[in-house]
Ligand binder design. Structure first.
Ligand code: NAG
Ligand code: NAG
Ligand code: NAG
Ligand code: NAG
Ligand code: NAG
Ligand code: NAG
Length: 516
């Protein structure tokens, strides 16, 4: 298998061609403070699930429930043991920042109380290794993985008790790592976590109630729990962020933000119904978290539709939450057309999905199809939406990338096309006044994926799961990104890496580059 990496041959099957977004640019066109990176998350990359005192998180439980094609993250990419090698890859690529998450149950195995010295040591090692290579750590505290112990004890995010435990966990992280980490994200994809985890029951912690669950519902309440969990997440975020401001900011000078999956919604038709439905979708998907963080309360539409099932903020809570995010981060993968769904009005009782009363076409995440359509204008659109609706807050693109069948090819042209298009779109947004501070691609490596296990991959590096050493192999996208990070021009007529590869394509051997 080691030979495979050397056989990274470039047979060009199609031209990357013109994509919308700034079509010719280089790293130098971005402001100096702007950061480019790549990401992973703890359970998806670390492995060593039962090692050195770590206990299961809800992500472990989910992955062992058989949903992810029988695969799990027990070993994943084994970054727990291979972090030095991975940081070396990042450094060679010219990566400026690495976005990773801390496993709460590795650091504090019972969820609260005793800190695990081995867990502490691991994250100190990783952070020090990054810093010594000039790579900024951007750290997420919760990436679908609170300790199973807390889920068992009081139901995790559906209980108010989690706010105190999460804040204490954040306190440990700020205290132990905050001298080197300046960018903290409390929650990854808070909106999807609550919707898919507490209404559909399809992701951790797999709670839902009949008839709403996509799978069998063992426990949960789809009518109420998505709202309850979201409320406690907002309070948990705010409580951790306020603690940071009071206790650490003056010394550590860092930032605390929250991450959402961002959609770019456009109406399916130009009827008033679909236009109103699109506003509703924006309120339910983005406003649910962004409105409280920026304005101190839920969107009016949500209060009206959800009624007493939507928890309310009292004055103290509202002041705690409002202004508690130093930045908003979005993960962006696809655009969505929104169609009004008046039949939802008939449904009784209601769940979150029936409350929104829209139809979205999620066939883009159809796993047999793999690749997402690339729409750079849509990323520009959502950045513009946040700029106008929320007063141009500092924003990060925390995830963006292309899914492909994991074992398809190291010549991942669709991913190169995706990076080139979306990074161009970010530049267009910057030039039009958006306060975007950074762009991270998902993912550094082919990790254990939430719905797909090891069937699909988003990585710049392929990880050979048949090799006991889990060898990493750079894909074409790793070379493209590296060339860009080191100042190379991109786009048509730029003499870019892509163009050179295209020009050279006639001279390379006709190996198809498939991974066997
Ligand atoms: C969900 O909670 C609501 C409010 O407490 C209750 O009326 C409803 O019966 C619960 N549904 C289920 C399935 O437990
Ligand atoms: C809606 O109207 C806008 C502006 O006239 C137009 O650009 C767009 O294509 C229309 N969309 C649909 C789905 O008809
Ligand atoms: C998924 O994609 C395949 C291949 O393009 C297609 O045949 C199938 O109908 C799609 N399924 C859904 C649910 O859209
Ligand atoms: C650029 O910004 C202005 C002001 O916010 C806005 O009206 C316009 O639609 C933006 N252009 C694009 C392409 O987003
Ligand atoms: C393209 O071919 C030229 C001449 O053989 C070589 O110098 C150059 O490095 C090649 N470019 C790439 C990106 O492989
Ligand atoms: C990739 O994996 C799929 C299923 O995991 C398999 O059907 C396919 O043959 C594999 N392709 C290659 C090129 O190995």
């Amino acid at each position: 298998m080691w030979k495979l990496c050397r056989f990274l041959l470039f047979m060009v099957s199609f031209r990357v061609g013109q994509v919308s977004g700034a079509d010719k640019y280089s790293r130098h066109d971005f402001p100096p403070g702007f950061v480019f990176g790549a990401g992973t998350s703890a359970y998806q990359v670390e492995g060593a699930a039962e090692e050195d005192g770590r206990t299961p998180s809800i992500f472990d439980t989910y992955a062992h429930s058989g949903i992810t094609r029988g695969a799990n993250g027990d070993v994943a990419c084994d970054q727990y043991h291979k972090y030095k090698e991975d940081v070396q890859l990042m450094a060679e690529m010219g990566l400026e920042a690495y976005r990773f998450s801390i496993s709460w149950s590795r650091l504090i195995p019972n969820g609260r109380g005793q800190v695990n010295p081995k867990g502490l040591q691991y994250y100190n090692n990783l952070i020090n290794e990054l810093i010594s290579h000039g790579i900024e750590p951007h750290v997420t505290l919760h990436h679908s993985d609170h300790p199973q112990a807390l889920e068992d004890e009081y139901g995790g995010w559906i209980s108010r008790r989690v706010v105190r435990d999460f804040t204490a966990y954040a306190d440990v992280c700020f205290r132990e790592f905050g001298d080197r980490v300046r960018h903290w994200t409390t929650f990854n994809e808070a909106n999807v976590f609550v919707q898919v985890g507490y209404d559909y029951g399809l992701m951790p912690p797999q709670r839902c109630s009949s008839p709403f669950g996509i799978l069998d519902c063992q426990k949960g309440n789809s009518s109420t729990e998505p709202y309850l969990a979201a409320h406690n997440i907002l309070l948990g975020h705010a409580s951790a962020a306020r603690l940071y401001q009071k206790k650490y900011r003056h010394k550590q000078k860092g930032y605390v933000g929250l991450n959402l999956l961002g959609f770019h919604f456009t109406p399916f038709t130009n009827t008033t119904e679909d236009i109103v439905a699109t506003q509703r979708a924006n309120d339910f998907y983005h406003g649910w978290f962004a409105d409280p963080l920026i304005y101190g309360d839920y969107p009016e539409t949500m209060k009206k539709i959800v009624g007493s099932r939507l928890p309310s903020f009292d004055q103290i809570e509202s002041r705690l939450v409002k202004g508690s995010a130093d930045f908003l981060a979005i993960n962006f993968y696809f655009a969505e057309k929104v169609k009004d769904s008046p039949q939802s009005l008939e449904i009784q009782p209601k769940d979150y999905k029936a409350d929104i009363a829209v139809e979205l076409d999620f066939s883009v995440i159809n796993t047999t199809q793999f690749e997402y359509p690339v729409n750079p204008w849509a990323l520009q659109g959502i950045l513009e939406y946040f700029k106008q609706k929320y007063g141009n807050p500092p924003m990060y693109i925390h995830e963006n990338g292309q899914r492909m069948q994991r074992n398809s090819s190291l010549e991942d042209w669709p991913r190169v096309k995706c990076l080139q298009g979306y990074i161009g779109a970010v530049l267009d947004s910057l030039r039009n006044g958006s306060d975007v501070r950074g762009y991270f691609t998902w993912s550094l490596l082919d990790v254990f994926e939430l719905l797909d296990g090891y069937n699909s991959g988003f990585g710049l590096y392929y990880v050979d799961l048949d090799d006991p050493d889990l060898k990493r192999c750079p894909k074409l996208s790793a070379r493209w990104y590296s060339h860009f990070l080191k100042g190379g021009s991109q786009g048509p007529g730029s003499g870019s890496l892509i163009e050179q590869l295209q020009d050279n394509s006639s001279s390379v051997s006709p190996d198809h580059g498939l991974i066997h």
